[in-house]
Ligand binder design. Structure first.
Ligand code: FDA
Length: 405
């Protein structure tokens, strides 16, 4: 059986793995990156609607979830959003800020992949695609890795950059968690995050006519910690979309990372409106107007119709008591709903949880008990909000490991 010697074997040619390879290669390390996919950076390619929301100008520790929220800070501070932006500009990639500090390519996410593969080439990195790992063994202070083409690799450093479980159709396997288990590293609970939430059938039936309706909303939940203790309220103000299964849109994807089964979310579907005041004023001005027509001046018409039907508010404003009109406040500004679940890994943008940060050195991403073994990117228990934060974590953690592997 053929065997080759390497300084660094990186498994996973995604955002984190490629960044790590570039940095290690620049240090003169002999680096090989393998990936079982046929192309590198497949998630980059489909990200941000094909334009890749590659970072966020406002990145700070506050935008990440982890059992140890301070863990990510070191890497995020040493390779920042501005550092990544400089790289993008050096490669002449045109970009724009869409909203809330989110930076996108003007043209195509493929430019980011090209940038990374060009940098890897310049740093002398070997990239092998369509190749997976059969087994890993420790031999002295090296890793003996059997690959599924029948060859073997001996490497001083092994970097696990295989991402999480989201979008199995694209090759996500959770394999990195198996490696952590093999080396007795603890995993935190993993679950789909940045994912649409679903409703139980009766509610769904009532809300299905709303599929496709979008509103700007404030969505709030009260998260609990692993011990079941209630934490501070978390809320997001962004668009929300009704779907055939439940709710989606940025505000829902964001809250999904904090929501747990059995918990409610509260939705304000007209955050800048005092609904009861507007409805009472409408009644005074034109009592002949249908209730749903008046409400349809505040929120989308279809949504107004469904809410009025659910609240039993048929007929004209003049025929409805003030108390009932005031109750619309609750239905629009503080709609409390219990999703039954999420759409799961099939559509989740990321996996929450992963390799316990307590097992890793926050400067280097190296396992404290296994010298030479590194975990970077989404496989680690660090999960960003929607808006370019997850890629920034991949770049920063990949960069940090690249200085040390
Ligand atoms: P990533 O998943 O990118 O790469 C892992 C690599 O490992 C893959 O190439 C995979 O094929 C390979 N691999 C897995 N198992 C393997 C095995 N056993 N053997 C060999 N190779 C293996 N984030 C953001 O900041 N901005 C955005 O715009 C978006 N948009 C977005 C859209 C969609 C649809 C999704 C699903 C996700 C996003 N994200 C995002 C999240 C972002 O894509 C994600 O956080 C990063 O890609 C994580 O980077 P990693 O390098 O850690 O894993």
């Amino acid at each position: 059986m053929k065997s080759s010697d390497l300084d660094v074997l990186i498994v996973g040619a995604g955002a984190a793995g490629m960044m790590c390879a570039i940095e290690a290669g620049k240090r003169g390390r002999r680096v090989r990156v393998i990936d079982h996919a046929r192309a590198p950076g497949e998630k980059i390619r489909i990200s941000g609607g094909g334009r890749c929301n590659f970072t966020n100008l406002g990145t700070s520790g506050a935008n990440f979830l982890s059992e140890n929220p301070r863990f990510a800070l070191s890497a995020l501070k040493r390779f920042t959003q501005h550092d990544f932006l400089k790289m993008v500009e050096r490669h002449g990639i045109a970009w724009h800020e869409k909203t809330l500090g989110q930076l996108f390519c003007d043209d195509s996410a493929k430019q980011i992949i090209r940038m990374l593969t060009d940098e890897m080439k310049a740093a002398g990195v070997t990239l092998s695609l369509g190749l997976g790992v059969t087994s890993i063994a420790r031999s002295g202070d090296r890793f003996e890795v059997a690959l599924d083409d029948g060859t073997r690799v001996s490497a001083a450093s092994l970097v696990v950059a295989t991402g999480g479980k989201s979008i199995p159709k694209m090759g996500a396997t959770g394999w990195g968690y198996d490696v952590a288990r093999q080396f007795d590293l603890r995993l935190t609970e993993t679950r789909p995050a940045l994912v649409p939430l679903t409703f139980e059938p009766t509610l769904l039936e009532q809300l299905v006519p709303l599929a496709g309706v979008a509103v700007d909303a404030v969505v709030k939940t009260t998260p609990t910690n692993p011990k079941g203790e209630r934490l501070k309220d978390v809320s997001f103000t962004e668009a929300m979309l009704f779907t055939h299964r439940g709710l989606s849109g940025p505000s829902i994807l964001q809250i999904s990372s904090y929501w747990r089964e059995g918990e409610a979310i509260t939705v304000n579907m007209a955050p800048s409106e005092d609904v009861s005041a507007r409805m009472l004023a409408a009644k005074t001005e034109n009592g002949k107007q249908a209730v749903h027509t008046a409400l349809g001046h505040i929120i989308p018409r279809r949504l107004a119709e469904v809410i009025c039907a659910r609240e039993g508010l048929a007929g004209k404003l003049a025929e409805v008591g003030d108390k009932k009109l005031r109750a619309l406040d609750q239905a629009v500004n503080a709609w409390t709903v219990k999703p039954v679940g999420s759409e799961g890994y099939r559509t989740a943008e990321v996996t929450l949880g992963g390799v316990d940060t307590a097992a890793l050195d926050q400067q280097t991403m190296e396992a404290k008990t296994v010298p030479g073994l590194f975990f970077i990117g989404e496989v680690v228990d660090v999960t960003g909000w929607l808006g370019g934060y997850n890629f920034q974590w991949a770049w920063s953690s990949g960069w940090a490991a690249g200085q040390n592997c």
